[in-house]
Design a protein around this ligand. Structure first.
Ligand code: NAD
Length: 282
């Protein structure tokens, strides 16, 4: 599907390419960057990686963004998170050309998404619903009937994952519950998550969701990607859901690694191709 969209974009004379901007060294961001590189290469979409030191001043970061905004070979820009603490995320995201802001972090795009009229659907939230839709097709359930009769509980409320996942749940006309770390602090996490027919978990806490947090027969989507040291001392990746406990209780569950991550990477590239078209229209 993405290859066809790429070829169609090329045929229309569109120029597309992804630029990533990373500031400082974060192991999870570096791992994400490697995945993006691989996926962009596989899908034959150019990827330009710009790296700044963790000590980069705000002016240097904004200048790098202006340069990418003006680069006609770049149709999509991704700023990797987390940013170093001295930088204001809102200022950095607001500097992006909204047409190139394929992760919808610019206030204009975040606002459009919240209003239910998205210019771009951020890749991780898009991947979550893509997996849900694919599963529904597989089990032969009618999507709108399923979503309209379901409660979707989203654990984690970040601007880049949790909130977009909630906005998309609204668009599906589901009942929606959104919780953050205060649900855990107040001891109420389980009472919220057990109400979910669908449980989407994006907290960044390894094994946060145990069997006791999951309604029997729920559909569980694990977004978490956590770097941990395995028993053998080697680094590994685990999700936010305790797979061994939850797998027998859920109707369906996405694995980590695998699951949401690879679909997210493809969606980012897809949005980059889509952005070339939107850029031509302006
Ligand atoms: P974030 O740190 O920006 O936000 C985390 C959210 O979870 C916050 O709202 C916080 O309040 C909440 N939270 C933290 N601890 C909690 C707890 N104990 N109980 C309930 N809520 C809690 O993180 P993020 O960028 O949203 O990422 C979340 C996770 O998803 C991370 O593991 C990240 O690596 C992963 N991620 C995966 C993909 C992918 O492609 N699969 C993409 C982006 C992020």
């Amino acid at each position: 599907m993405v290859a066809e969209e790429r070829d169609a974009a090329k045929a229309r004379g569109g120029r597309f390419g992804l630029a990533t901007l990373s500031i400082g060294e974060d192991p999870a961001a570096s791992a994400y960057l490697r995945r993006i590189d691989r996926t962009a290469e596989q899908l034959r979409v150019p990827h330009r990686s710009v790296r700044l030191a963790g000590s980069a001043r705000a002016e240097e970061v904004l200048a790098a963004i202006r340069e990418l905004n003006g680069d006609s070979s770049v149709s999509g820009i991704l700023v990797l998170r987390p940013l170093p603490e001295h930088l204001d995320e809102a200022d950095v995201f607001a500097a992006l050309d909204p047409i190139k802001d394929v992760e919808a972090v610019h206030p204009e795009n975040a606002g459009l998404l919240a209003l239910g009229t998205p210019r771009y659907i951020p890749s991780t939230a898009a991947a979550v619903y893509h997996l849900l839709d694919s599963w529904l097709a597989e089990v032969g359930e009618e999507p709108s009937a399923f979503y309209r009769s379901s409660r979707i509980v989203v654990v984690g409320r970040s601007n880049n994952v949790g909130k977009p996942a909630v906005s998309l749940a609204y668009a599906k006309q589901s009942a929606v519950t959104s919780v953050d770390e205060w649900a855990s602090v107040s001891g109420r996490l389980g009472s919220h998550t057990r109400r979910g027919d669908v449980l989407i978990v994006a907290a960044g806490v390894p094994g946060l969701i145990r069997a006791e947090h999951v309604r029997a027969g729920a559909v569980v989507v694990d977004v978490g990607i956590n770097l941990v040291e395995g028993e053998d001392g080697r680094p590994g990746i685990v999700g936010d859901v305790a797979w061994d406990e939850v797998v027998g209780r859920a109707r369906a569950i996405t694995p980590v690694p695998g699951g949401v991550g690879p679909v997210t990477d493809v969606w980012l590239i897809r949005n980059t191709i889509l952005a070339a078209r939107k850029g031509m229209a302006t």
